[in-house]
Design a protein around this ligand. Structure first.
Ligand SMILES: Nc1nc2c(ncn2[C@@H]2O[C@H](COP(=O)(O)OP(=O)(O)OP(=O)(O)O)[C@@H](O)[C@H]2O)c(=O)[nH]1
Ligand SMILES: [Mg+2]
Length: 445
């Protein structure tokens, strides 16, 4: 699932991420390509339009174009919009009541969508969480349906309430709930019958069961392979019965993923689980953020973008710029920079972004070993010392060296280096031409 769309997304985003400067046109082109990729994946047209508009809205103007790293900013926006599309504000958890009451879960969906299998999977999952689960066989249409559920129930060690002498699904559901209360089960999962198409009789049956047992969850089970059709079907179920959550089955299949990408936005209900195989433990909670990374084909890149932002946001850059100009950049700031660099992993990029660093500080200057040593030295200083290096005399140097496991010479070396660096920074910061370039880079003009 998502293989092809994921390929498309990663190539679009990779090409824009590689650019150090991007234009409005680049953004527009990328958004256009994203639109086509989504449509090709059979995503609902309305959903595509909304996604594209939201992305464009956020990506247009200076925010991206003048960012320190425009390509990554853009990627982050696409990622965020994808997470939003998949339901980042949703409560993905099942609405389970306390153990002294019966939580009723009604399963519904078209024929073959996976209701019966998913009932057993859910039972397995809840049983593992220590719940006492019972299932009710309320599919009285398909001849073998009851046996199918009974076999599954036996496999997972969960009792199945069934009545072979009636065709009244509502009655079975009501009886099952009574029994569950009597026998002190705390979850009742009701399997119902599906039809090939949306069908009046099926809907009426579900509405009647719904009214009779007041489920805590009405889960719409959809086959991820259904494509866009799933959207129309879900809307009907939502209108007639009401959906509290969606379970997408057959995620392991080779499909384009249109249904998965459309359902949440159109129906407005959370996707709670995905079925990832035929085995009874092949049911997973759905995480919008993880799924978005997977769709974008760039889990790593997204984390990197976030790290970069965390490590060096624009506010911080502005603050630094000011400090440099006023010559108040102190060892505490330097320590923060070192920490950011360690967080980032790479140094080259940070040097590019660090005001005044380029050309004045080479990558060698801040090799990792030395960085760690410097960090230890600064950490052994008091706050006052970090703010004002001039109070650090020989006695303090000795104390700091001892505290950081370094030598007095090394402490002295750091202080000299820092002084020189700060001087350079000040010169640079006062240089109007340089300032203009900096401001531009930080998107402030
Ligand atoms: N690969 C895969 N197969 C699945 C998954 N979920 C269900 N299936 C298969 O889909 C088929 C139909 O599943 P059922 O659970 O019988 O579907 P149903 O909705 O109960 O169907 P009806 O009772 O006829 O309405 C079975 O062969 C299942 O093994 C899944 O997540 N992955
Ligand atoms: Mg079934």
């Amino acid at each position: 699932m998502f293989d092809s769309i994921s390929d498309r997304f990663s190539s679009i985003l990779r090409s824009i991420s590689g650019k150090s400067k991007i234009s409005e046109k680049n953004v527009q082109d990328a958004v256009e390509e994203i639109k086509i990729a989504l449509l090709d994946a059979d995503v609902n047209l309305r959903v595509v339009r909304r996604f594209v508009n939201r992305t464009m809205e956020e990506a247009k103007g200076d925010k991206v174009l003048k960012a320190v790293d425009p390509g990554q900013q853009f990627t982050k926006i696409v990622y965020d919009k994808m997470v939003q599309l998949l339901g980042d504000q949703d409560n993905q958890k099942l609405n389970l009541k306390g153990p002294d009451t019966v939580t009723v879960i009604l399963m519904m969906g078209l024929q073959g969508s996976g209701k019966t299998t998913t009932s057993a999977k859910l039972a397995t999952l809840l049983k593992k969480q220590g719940r006492r689960v019972m299932m009710a066989a309320c599919d009285l249409i398909r001849p073998a349906a009851i046996t199918q559920l009974q076999v599954l129930g036996e496999q997972v060690g969960v009792p199945v309430h069934a009545d072979l002498n009636t065709k009244d699904a509502v009655k079975v559901a009501v009886e099952a709930l009574k029994r569950a209360k009597r026998e002190q089960y705390d979850v009742l999962i009701i399997d119902t019958s599906g039809r090939m198409y949306l069908d009046e009789a099926m809907m009426k049956e579900l509405m009647d069961i719904n009214a009779a047992v007041h489920p805590d969850e009405t889960l719409f089970v959809a086959d991820a392979m259904t494509g866009q059709n799933a959207v129309t079907i879900a809307q009907e179920f939502e209108q007639k019965v009401g959906i509290s959550g969606v379970i997408l089955t057959k995620f392991d299949s080779d499909t384009r993923g249109g249904a998965a990408l459309s359902l949440r936005e159109v129906v407005g209900k959370p996707i709670k689980f995905i079925g990832v195989g035929e085995k009874l433990d092949n049911l997973e909670p759905f995480y919008p953020d993880r799924m978005a990374s997977r769709i974008l084909g760039m889990g790593d890149i997204v984390t990197l973008v976030e790290k970069a932002q965390e490590a060096f946001d624009q506010k911080q850059a502005e603050r630094l710029q000011e400090k440099m100009a006023k010559n108040t950049f102190d060892l505490q700031d330097y320590l923060e920079q070192i920490e950011n660099m360690t967080k980032m992993g790479g140094l080259g990029k940070i040097i590019d972004m660090l005001p005044g660093a380029k050309g004045n500080i080479s990558e060698e200057d801040i090799n990792k070993q030395e960085m760690l040593k410097e960090k230890a030295i600064i950490q052994s200083m008091t706050f006052q010392e970090r703010q004002n290096i001039y109070i650090i005399g020989p006695a303090r140097k000795r104390r700091i060296a001892k505290g950081s496991g370094t030598s007095v010479g090394e402490v002295g070396h750091l202080l000299k280096k820092f002084e020189k660096m700060r001087l350079n920074m000040k010169k640079l910061a006062k240089n109007k031409k340089y300032q203009a370039a900096m401001m531009k880079q930080m998107g402030m003009n």
